[in-house]
Design a protein around this ligand. Structure first.
Ligand SMILES: NC(=O)c1ccc[n+]([C@@H]2O[C@H](COP(=O)([O-])OP(=O)(O)OC[C@H]3O[C@@H](n4cnc5c(N)ncnc54)[C@H](O)[C@@H]3O)[C@@H](O)[C@H]2O)c1
Length: 86
């Protein structure tokens, strides 16, 4: 009985660890945001990152060229003041 409970605990723990976690990063094409996105994708294999950036003069998507084709990364161009799009 105790052995079965232990097994179920391990199964639940395993799947909850593996579940995808979504992160919305605003200003992700900037200096801090792009480094944060690289960090999240490198360290957290279960992270799904949405980069939401207006692409002002400070935004540069080239700094994310190495991750733009990953399945767990996507980019949306938009303003944080645009409540409807957010
Ligand atoms: N090489 C370096 O060491 C280096 C280079 C650049 C910046 N910095 C430092 O980093 C700090 C700034 O970094 P940061 O990442 O905060 O700023 P940032 O200016 O690098 O990036 C801001 C990002 O937010 C986006 N943005 C601006 N307004 C927006 C809006 N209304 N809606 C959505 N997105 C919007 C921009 O397009 C940009 O991509 C400063 O301290 C600066 O001195 C260091």
């Amino acid at each position: 009985m105790l052995q079965n409970i232990y097994k179920w605990f391990l199964v639940v723990f395993y799947f909850s660890e593996e579940a995808l976690k979504a992160y919305l990063v605003t200003g992700g094409a900037g200096f801090i945001g792009s480094n944060f996105i690289h960090h999240m994708l490198a360290v957290h294999s279960n992270a799904y990152v949405v980069n939401y950036d207006k692409l002002t003069y400070a935004g540069n998507l080239e700094s994310l060229a190495d991750v733009c084709s990953l399945e767990n990364y996507s980019f949306v161009q938009g303003d944080i003041c645009d409540g409807e799009l957010l």
